[in-house]
Ligand binder design. Sequence first.
Ligand SMILES: C[C@@]1(CC(=O)O)C2=NC(=C\c3[nH]c(c(CCC(=O)O)c3CC(=O)O)Cc3[nH]c(c(CC(=O)O)c3CCC(=O)O)/C=C3\N/C(=C\2)[C@@H](CCC(=O)O)[C@]3(C)CC(=O)O)/[C@H]1CCC(=O)O
Ligand SMILES: NC(=O)c1ccc[n+]([C@@H]2O[C@H](COP(=O)([O-])OP(=O)(O)OC[C@H]3O[C@@H](n4cnc5c(N)ncnc54)[C@H](O)[C@@H]3O)[C@@H](O)[C@H]2O)c1
Length: 196
Amino acid sequence: MFYSINLELDKFEVVIIGGGEVAYRKCKNFIDFNKKVKVIAPKFIKEFQGLRDKVELIEDIYKEEYIKDSFIVVAATNNKDVNKAIGEYCNLNNKLVNVVDSIELSNYTVPSYIKRGDLLISVSTSGKSPSLSRKIKEDLESQYDDSYEEYINLLGEVRRKIIAQVDDATIRRNLIKNLINLNLKELREEKNKYSK
Ligand SMILES: C[C@@]1(CC(=O)O)C2=NC(=C\c3[nH]c(c(CCC(=O)O)c3CC(=O)O)Cc3[nH]c(c(CC(=O)O)c3CCC(=O)O)/C=C3\N/C(=C\2)[C@@H](CCC(=O)O)[C@]3(C)CC(=O)O)/[C@H]1CCC(=O)O
Ligand SMILES: NC(=O)c1ccc[n+]([C@@H]2O[C@H](COP(=O)([O-])OP(=O)(O)OC[C@H]3O[C@@H](n4cnc5c(N)ncnc54)[C@H](O)[C@@H]3O)[C@@H](O)[C@H]2O)c1
């Protein structure tokens, strides 16, 4: 089973090999998290042109030199042998690699996710059923709607204010724990209370 972590992508170079539908989806995911990526392929689907300054497109077939200095790699070509070579090289060289047609060669996978500002809900089936991951995501999307972006920001702000202003540890913890029982309107009022 795959273990879940949240990575600070800023510090790492990300390279995607392949320029088709799957490479494009993986690419958009990184962009969603403000990460610029390098993409290598002899041919790109037209959607890549819409990503403009957010990606560096290199028109070429895969060569080891393209990934030797990167830490996170996605092997997303439609050529099983090429994907396998990339997967094996990365596993041998301590790189994180997602091989889109081989869970065995992947040392990480990409979950289905919902992002509402800083709230992130990820779903994984350890490769058993990406379709189920997608369905669960869609089921949760309406429950965790766009209003959660402001809600999560307010929770963060009020929590920081409580930590700064309340000395008693028990009272502090209870106040923080109870914040999630407030609705958006009540939380806005709570923020004003601590801003005085
Ligand atoms: C969640 C999501 C994230 C993303 O990619 O962004 C994702 N796949 C998505 C969709 C999807 N992928 C496929 C279908 C067709 C139906 C089906 O096969 O079910 C659909 C459904 C659709 O498109 O609706 C085909 C497929 N996928 C993989 C293989 C190879 C294999 O199984 O070996 C094949 C067969 C290829 C073939 O037939 O040859 C492998 C992987 N796909 C994963 C992630 C990882 C496991 C995630 C988990 O643990 O659940 C893993 C292991 C590696 C990885 O890619 O990270 C994204 C949903 C995005 C969303 O949220 O909307
Ligand atoms: N993990 C997933 O979520 C998922 C979902 C569907 C399919 N798949 C798998 O992903 C593979 C790719 O799917 P797709 O729809 O993106 O295919 P696609 O045919 O749309 O794109 C393949 C891309 O790979 C590039 N390519 C081929 N040989 C290359 C090489 N030597 N170096 C660099 N780039 C090269 C092509 O130019 C093209 O841009 C499929 O074969 C399938 O097995 C995975």
